[in-house]
Unconditional design. Structure first.
Length: 103
């Protein structure tokens, strides 16, 4: 028996629409230590979500992405597109936000 597989064409419209969503803006590179530190800061600030599937507490990527898209963020750019200098500015802003929570 031979399997027939149809190759789906890539949906550029759907991908371009996804690139505008907060979820895309908040995507992390788990090999980048600065991105891991941002995850830690988000959890310290209570920006967490618990998906029903796993039940584990995870950093709220959509909330972070929405913040990156807002005027409150120092760099309005998706996290994976930020340069190391821009990522440092984002970290500084998040550190200040976390510090204000504990005052």
């Amino acid at each position: 028996m031979t399997k027939t597989t149809q190759k789906k064409e890539f949906d550029y419209k759907a991908f371009n629409a996804f690139k505008k969503t907060p979820k895309y803006w908040g995507l992390f590179d788990f090999t980048n230590s600065k991105h891991k530190y941002i995850l830690s800061l988000l959890r310290q600030m209570g920006w967490e979500t618990s998906p029903e599937l796993t039940g584990r507490s995870l950093a709220d990527v959509e909330r972070f992405g929405a913040w990156l898209q807002s005027n409150k963020a120092p760099v309005q750019k998706p996290l994976k597109k930020q340069t190391p200098e821009e990522t440092s500015k984002t970290i500084t802003a998040l550190e200040n936000m976390a510090a204000k929570q504990y005052k």
